[in-house]
Design a protein around this ligand. Sequence first.
Ligand code: PLP
Length: 372
Amino acid sequence: MIYLDNAATTPLCEAAKRAMAEAMEEYANPSSVHRAGFEVSQALAEHRKTVAKTLGCGGDEVIFTSCGTEADHLAVMGAAAALRRRGKRLVITDSEHPAVEQCAKRLEQEGMAVSRLSTKGGVLDLNEVEAIAREGDLIAASLMHANNETGAVYEVAKANEILRRHNPNALLHCDCVQSYLKLPVSFSRLKADLISVSAHKIHGPKGVGALAVKKGVRIVSQMPGGGQESGMRGGTENTVGIAGFAAAATEGFAAMEQNAKTVGQYKEFLLQELSSHPKIRFNLPQGEASPYVISMQAEGLRSEVLLRMYSAQGVCVSAGSACSAKTGKSPILKAFGLTDPQADRTIRISLSHQNTMEELAEFCRITKALVR
Ligand code: PLP
């Protein structure tokens, strides 16, 4: 099998497997006051510090969640709930993952005004950001860092700086699920107050994510319960998942630059091999792009047909994102500027450092045989 669907999820790394196997032996509840519980809570505190280090923040700024989606919900709904009385506007991009877009829709139904910034060509228009920022009344913004379907990396720091200048009290969230451990991510780099990440995109387990909340920032918990996670997220912590998350994060953080370099070489190779193909076109962002996600169109082949052809050859890629695979048309590709027929024949190739040049060469060979 050639697995090129790493933006959907990644294989568990060996370090995560080992850490999880070990954590499975320690079954006590970290909130219990007996010795066994205390030991698990100590381990949890260590894992929290470990993940915090990869985000350039303190352990007390990390809230573990069940996934990236939950971290996004907590950020957007929690910020809106905290500041609702101070204003009534939220800003997002028109290319957010459904985890953010659906929160915005819900808030819209509840009377919030939502501005969606254009991401045409994979770039934010900073003049548009400035115009929206000047309208004032903004309580929160949620701008994603790297796009999951096109690989576009948005100028979030610049946009947040502009939004902050005109709306000093607004809370700024950044969905970093696709950029975490691929690009440096921190409050200061992104000029953000809240950062969402997910373990299964970085060779950690499914079912665990985190929201980093800058010290002093107040949001409202969306899952009140037994006071876990500093009262921000009730529910007994997924100790096994968190152990795996911390192990994968440690490994990914140490190798971040090297991995990005390796994956950059894969992308370059793939573009070189396939760009001159008369029926292949790449949807390349006009600004910065992540080497991990490549969006490609094959003339005359609808993506669902091409996906099945690839699958028969043992190749795993996806059409748009795994999420839009179920709901049909991708609003993200439309926002990027593709027509419906172009979006219909777009596939996403998403890479990991665990891929090999041989796999990429084989993928190109198979592609040339299938797209003729
Ligand atoms: N945000 C982005 C940009 C994503 O790509 C994804 C998953 O694909 C999510 C959020 C949701 O993460 P999770 O699958 O951990 O809920």
